[in-house]
Every structure is written in C-alpha cells, then in structure tokens.
Write a protein of this length. Structure first.
Length: 147
C-alpha cells in the first residue's frame, strides 16, 4: 500500500544545464536519507537528469529567463518527480523509439526512451510541458540496462 505523506519533498527551480547535476543531487539526498538502494538512486538520477535537460534545451530553448521547475516527493515506498518547463510542450508519444535500427545511431533522442525504461510510471500534463515520473522502491525497471 502506498503511503500518502512524503517523508521528504521539495521544489527546485533552474534555468541552465549546468544546474541539472546540483538539482539531481538534491533529489538524491532524499532517497539516500530513506535508505533507497543504488539501483533506485541510479534510475531516479538518470530520469531527473534527462527530463530536466530536455526541459531546459527543448522546452525553454535555453532561454535564461525561463525556469524549469522540479517538484519531488520521496515516500517510504516510491519517489515522484514532476519536471515542468515554460515551453509550448510536445507529445512525448511521438518520440521515435531509440532502439529502432533507423534511430540507433542518432546522437540525440534517447532521453524519453531512458525515462520509460527506468521509471515505473510516466505521465505528461495536457499541455505537454510537464512530466510526472514515479519509481517504486526496489523496482525491477531498468534491470537489463544495469548490472
């Protein structure tokens, strides 16, 4: 059963790619404080890094006046992260499958694929400029990508 009150939560506002790592570190401190394992920490870091970087680059077009907001809530049994930018949004279901042979050699386009692989639930808002990602503690998601 899912607990309803987060043990750790917060909001981070960033506008530059150079701030993404620090934002990830802040979210990860919440997981560490609750004893989440390495696999969960790796998955959450990867998802936050990809979503925030995409929001800054593609959503906000690297406009320093636009903010990317990261809301996070760490529960005993799951972590939920919402990344929101000030851009026009997009339909993430139209992103090409990064494992498709026609796309495998492209330099970009793997962020959404990785998020889908490592997070248990992902859901965009109606505008397509916000993505909520959930990972349940001890999830097997991403098992094939990490030893």
């Amino acid at each position: 059963m899912c607990s309803e009150t987060p043990e750790v939560s917060g909001m981070i506002s960033i506008s530059d790619k150079m701030e993404v790592r620090k934002a990830c570190d802040t979210v990860l401190r919440g997981l560490t404080s609750l004893g989440y394992g390495d696999r969960d920490q790796f998955a959450v870091r990867l998802a936050v890094e990809e979503a925030a970087t995409n929001a800054i680059i593609h959503g906000n077009k690297e406009d320093p006046d636009k903010k990317t907001r990261i809301d996070y809530a760490v529960y005993k049994d799951r972590v939920s992260i919402t990344v929101t930018d000030e851009g026009e949004g997009f339909d993430y279901t139209t992103v090409a499958n990064c494992t498709d042979p026609d796309h495998v050699m492209r330099t970009g386009g793997r962020g959404v694929c990785l998020i889908k692989e490592f997070m248990d639930e992902i859901s965009p808002n109606e505008n397509g400029n916000s993505l909520t990602m959930v990972r349940f503690r001890g999830s097997c998601k991403g098992k094939g990508a990490q030893k």
